[in-house]
Structures are given as structure tokens and as C-alpha cells.
Ligand binder design. Sequence first.
Ligand code: SF4
Length: 339
Amino acid sequence: MIEIVTPLLEWFKENKRDLDWRKNRTPYTILVSEVMLQQTRVETVRSYYKRFIEALPDFESLARCPDGKLMKLWEGLGYYSRARNLKKCAIEVVEKYKGIFPKAYEQAIKLSGVGPYTCGAILSIGYHLKYAAVDGNVLRVLSRYTASSLDISLEKTKLYFKEEIEKIMPDEAGAFNESLMELGATICMPKITKCDACPLKNNCKAYQKGKPLSFPVKSIQKEKKILEYTCLFITDGKCCILIPKEKDLLQGLPAPLLINKFVTSNEAIEYVENLGFSVKNAEQLQDKKHIFTHQIWYMKGYKILVKDMLDYPCYTQKHIIEELGISSCFKKFLDEVWD
Ligand code: SF4
């Protein structure tokens, strides 16, 4: 595959997108942008990245950042475990490496939240070391270029392409990795290919066969799991009760009381009264749907007005909106709760 190096580097120089995280490149900014870009679209990341870097410009500031502030900065990006791991990684870099991201692959890969892709991206872009960074874009481009029959959902396929790239890695390791990612993001896309504009078309096997979209080969993905929840927004009219959820998708973010099935208004009242509240009134909110990577949540919501809030953690609308991170799946209800 050595023949792909020069055309890709030249194409990248001319065609790379103007992205904020390409301006001030340090291992820290590369780490933040790469973690944000996992499972989130470039357009969404643009505004979050800028705000995040302005508030927390280096490993030290991230390591010291209170969890509430961190969640607030991450709010809307979803998958909050990424933010938590990012902070954990920053603490490790500060404590073990005096705030300087290690250059040794064996040390870097052991940091929290740093997998082979992120590790390769930071070391190659930040330190110009010859490591591959194989993400979905890169796998797609190379599978098509070689008309590979390997299943890209398998780890051994990722490893195979990683080794193939490292065999041909030029001195401009970061630019080369990025050129492959960029080609996958803008030319050799999942459902559309712009082969006429592709610098690899002369030797691309999938293009020559006339069927780029038949690659890559991927085992059939599991269907998303469908779940039903009832969300209880218990309020005294001023504050609303939210409780951190530790062990599921919500990853420690505050959430309303959840019942893992649909219930009627009377059942919701009974549930809340059994917790010791004195209910004045219950109002049904608009049903909502939220799509996670592997799950779809259908949600019923009730605003339950109670006489007093007992000892549950409760927050004003201002506090929830301005300071508290709350998953976007519940945010959809908030306007109605404070109506
Ligand atoms: S020629 Fe087409 S299929 Fe081949 S790598 Fe380029 S865009 Fe992808």
C-alpha cells in the first residue's frame, strides 16, 4: 500500500477542513477533541470543544475541575463516562508524568480512556511518532481500497490494518493518519463515495470493481433494545427532585425518579405517596423518545406537585439549566415541568 502515501499527503494538504482542534495542537487538545469526536458528529463537537478548551486549557485545570462543572461543560455531548475518563486521565498525567502526556506507547495506552486509536492519534499528531490511528473512517477507506473481505467489526481486523499502516508510515505520521481519517469523513463516506475526487481511485480495488459501497464487510449489528420508562418530576412548584443515577447509561448524572415501565397517573401518584410524599396534583407531560447507541427509550412523564420535598435532593430551574448536568433525554421534559 506504499503507493497511497504521497497522494494522500498531497490531497490532505490541499483539502483538509478548517477545524478548531487543528489550530493549537498539543497532546491535551488532541485528546479532548478525539474523545469528544467518539460517537459525536464534527458539527456538534465544534462549539463544545471551543468552550471546553477555554474553560479547561490543560491537563492541570482538567484534573482540578469539580465534577459538576465538568458535567456542565459536557452536557449535550452524551456518554458522560467519556468526560469522567478524560478527567481521570488528566489526573494520571499530572500525578505520574508532571502534566506532560507520555511519549512511550506502553505508558500512554495505560491511561484512563486512552485506547489504541486515541493513543495512536496523540502520539502521531502530537509527537510525530509512527503509530497508526485506526478509526471507523480509516477502516472503511482501507477495506474499500483493498476490497477486503475481512469483517471490520472484529478486533483482529483493526489490528491487521493498524500493522499494515505502520509498515508504510511516513515521517509525517500525524498528517498521514489524519489524511486517511479525512478521506473517510469527506470523500469515502459510509453511504456515499465521491470516487471521482478521490486521490486513491487509480488503484482502489472497490472502485475498479464498480462497487465501493459493498465494502467494508461488517457483521450484522444487533438491533437497538427498546425500553419503556416513566419519569416522575416531583416538585413543590419551586424545586424539582433529581437523583444521580450511577450504574446505567446516565453515568452518575442527576435524573428524575424513574419507573422502568409505563404507569398511569393514579399509579404514579400511588408510587410517590408510598415514598412518603403528600401529593397535591399530578399532570401528565408529553411522551418523549430518546435514541442512545444501543437503546431506544420511550418515556412517559408526570409532573407531581407535592406539599413538601422531604429530604430528597432538589434543584431550582435556574440551577438545573445553568449548573447541573442533566442528560438530554430528560431535558426534553423540563419546559413542561416549569410551565
Ligand atoms: S476510490 Fe472511491 S471507494 Fe476507493 S477509496 Fe476512493 S472514495 Fe473510497
